[in-house]
Write a protein that binds this ligand. Structure first.
Ligand code: GDP
Length: 314
């Protein structure tokens, strides 16, 4: 990508899109195309077609998606499969029809089989049953990958796909019920500290293992790949380390300075037992994660408390 390239970041208001946008600007890319959610509904085919015809982007980061934690996925399975299929189909097809030079599609580590051998190699895709708590979301994301690969094969496009581990960072959704685990627990521990509550409930048994990746590390990886990688093989992006939910909760408790107890609500689901990606492929391409989980949680908590204070005043 040259610095004048017309780059469309789909989903620039979300965690991933906003971070990619900030990194692009810091690297001197000034010709960014950003369209707020309320002025372009990516689920509407006609609107997306017209937008591409008018804006003619050269590069597309497809970071727009309906995302959420384990509870949101279970409560809104239809919304997760429909919105994601619509968004990605509209954007990928318009990118092809309007001559986009390159598109990067964001998948997810949850698309791999529930019982994939760990660390999960890219070749494990479609080798077994999916985790039921987020199957509709995963099926949509798998369809997005297959669509990029099919367009590359039939139309000669340059569409690449990456699979990030569980992401977190400033700008995340911190909703107590619908967010992913680190953001939801950060919020819950923070409130418990403020209100002097004696205990905080962590969902499930605390035994599942997750690999967490700071969104700044992800943004550096996807911009690198947009610049140097072409091909239909999917690429994992992770921190290379996993920890149990119990260990993550303990770390959060320390970072936040909460002194009460942790209790486990085993009526809530555990989800998949482990998700740790094999990141040898992206490492060989010249990227590696630089933000440790502890550092990342500390800076995210700083961001969260400032945001929380600002919004509490509104
Ligand atoms: P997943 O990786 O798709 O399962 O997504 P989540 O980030 O939602 O959940 C990860 C793990 O954290 C699961 O085992 C959850 O049961 C557990 N967990 C513990 N407390 C919470 C919480 O407050 N919110 C969420 N979303 N998950 C939690």
């Amino acid at each position: 990508m040259d610095k004048e390239a017309r780059i469309y970041v789909a989903g620039h208001e979300g965690l991933v899109g906003s971070t990619i946008t900030r990194h692009l600007r810091e690297q001197g890319f000034n010709n960014l195309i950003l369209k707020p959610r309320d002025s372009l509904d990516l689920c509407r085919q006609e609107s997306v077609k017209n937008f591409f015809a008018f804006e003619k982007p050269e590069y597309v980061f497809l970071a727009a998606a309906r995302v959420g934690g384990i509870a949101a996925n279970q409560q809104h399975p239809a919304d997760f499969i429909r919105d994601n299929l619509q968004i990605q189909t509209n954007v990928i097809d318009s990118a092809y029809r309007h001559g986009v030079k390159k598109l990067l599609f964001l998948g997810s580590s949850c698309i791999y089989p529930r019982l994939a051998s760990q660390p999960i190699h890219e070749e494990c895709l479609m080798g077994g049953y999916l985790e039921s708590t987020n199957e509709p979301y995963a099926v949509a994301k798998i369809a997005g990958i297959k669509m990029c690969q099919a367009y590359n094969r039939q139309y000669g496009t340059d569409f690449i796909c990456v699979m990030p581990a569980n992401l977190y960072g400033p700008g995340d959704n911190f909703d107590l019920e619908n967010a992913h685990v680190l953001a939801a627990l950060m919020h819950r521990f923070h409130l418990a500290k403020l209100n002097g509550e004696k205990e905080v409930a962590v969902w499930g048994t605390g035994k599942p293992r997750r690999e967490f990746l700071h969104v700044d590390d992800l943004a550096a990886a996807v911009i690198l790949l947009m610049n140097i990688y072409s091909g239909s093989e999917i690429i994992n992006i992770g921190s290379g380390k996993d920890i149990s939910i119990a260990e993550a909760a303990q770390l959060l408790k320390e970072v936040i300075g909460y002194s009460g107890a942790i209790v486990y609500d085993t009526a809530k689901p555990d989800g998949t037992p482990q998700k740790l990606l094999d990141i040898n492929k992206i490492k060989a391409l010249g990227w590696q994660p630089v933000i440790t989980l502890e550092e990342g949680l500390r800076s995210t908590y700083k961001w969260f408390t400032e945001y929380y204070r600002r919004h509490a005043r509104d």
